[in-house]
Design a binder for this molecule. Structure first.
Ligand code: C2E
Ligand code: MG
Ligand code: MG
Ligand code: MG
Length: 282
């Protein structure tokens, strides 16, 4: 892709073309080695009940920090893994590590029994990954494994995909529709796809003074309530936003205000601290 866009631009000198190609190839090599060497790590961000003030799930977000290049962003990691044909390896590693972490979280705090991971929609149908996910869920019967499917990929929901998603649900895997409302999410996505959790993208709460944004949130919360789907609003960054959302009926949330994504050790500390607080309150 780099090659194509450089050629189309047509203005770059031969040397700068080869330098940037070289850099991109090198980053790809580094990413490939990190994935094959099982060296990806995870950050965990809490999903909370606003009223109870308690965590009920964590979202696992892939991280990789290269000693020389520094951190590589998750979208870049995912794009590179895809072009390298290593997306299933990345996802399996994330799921395995996320479930190990979930067991530790639940041991500290039994109310935290849900772990959610991001996967690409097409991956649930793949011969290798579909069975892997169902087996992983079965191997951790006390953890509710949730897979977040990005709304962007939902434009091409086929009957086969729908059947595969339903098979996941029958195997006890929870399905979340992620980032709903980003770009121009079609309303059709809400009726086409099996889901248990609806995650509303932060772009839909970018200006809560806008009456239309508020009414869309209220309507989506009503949609979830009437169908027994949990609605999680993402990207809540301050108390004022949380207050408006509670007034609109929102009960479950994720965002910097409730907690930033943190590495495993710090997440364990956070859970220990909040358990102590809960005990003191009782
Ligand atoms: P996402 O699944 O929607 O994850 C939420 C992203 O929003 C995370 O960024 C998180 O750090 C960020 N975020 C959370 N709360 C707030 C907030 O209050 N304000 C703002 N401005 N941002 C907030 P992150 O970790 O950089 O991940 C970006 C995206 O990369 C994810 O979006 C997801 O689509 C993708 N991704 C991450 N990990 C994986 C993975 O293991 N597999 C796949 N396939 N995709 C992944
Ligand atoms: Mg997500
Ligand atoms: Mg999201
Ligand atoms: Mg999002």
């Amino acid at each position: 892709q780099v090659k194509r866009s450089r050629r189309q631009g047509g203005h770059l000198e031969e040397s700068s073309v080869s330098v940037s190609l070289h850099r991109s190839t090198r980053t790809n090599d580094i990413v490939a080695r990190a994935i094959r060497g099982n060296r990806l790590s995870l950050a965990f961000q809490p999903i909370v009940s606003i009223e109870r003030g308690s965590i009920w799930a964590f979202e696992a977000l892939v991280r990789y920090v290269d000693p020389e290049l520094g951190p590589i962003s998750p979208p870049s990691l995912v794009a590179r893994a895809k072009s390298l044909g290593l997306m299933n390896e990345l996802t399996q590693q994330v799921i395995t590590k996320a479930l190990e972490a979930a067991e530790q979280f639940r041991r500290l705090e039994p109310d935290i029994d849900c772990m959610t991971v991001n996967i690409e929609l097409g991956q649930i149908s793949e011969a290798e990954l579909g069975p892997f996910i169902r087996a992983a869920a079965a191997a951790h019967p006390d953890i509710r494994l949730c897979i977040e499917l990005n709304e962007r990929s939902l434009r091409s929901v086929t009957d086969d995909l729908r059947r595969d998603a339903e098979a996941m649900q029958e195997a006890g895997v929870i399905i979340a529709l992620d980032d709903y409302g980003s770009d121009d999410s079609p309303v059709g996505a809400l009726v086409r796809f099996p889901m248990n959790i609806l995650k509303i993208d932060k772009s839909l709460i970018s200006d809560l003074e806008d009456v239309r944004q508020r009414e869309v949130i209220r309507a989506l919360q009503g949609f979830g309530d009437n169908l027994q789907h949990t609605v999680v609003v993402e990207g809540i960054e301050n108390r004022a936003m949380a207050d408006v959302l509670v007034e609109l009926g929102v009960r479950d949330a994720q965002g910097y205000y409730f907690g930033r994504p943190l590495p495993l050790a710090q997440t364990l500390d956070r859970i220990r601290r909040s358990s102590t607080q809960a005990t003191l309150r009782r």
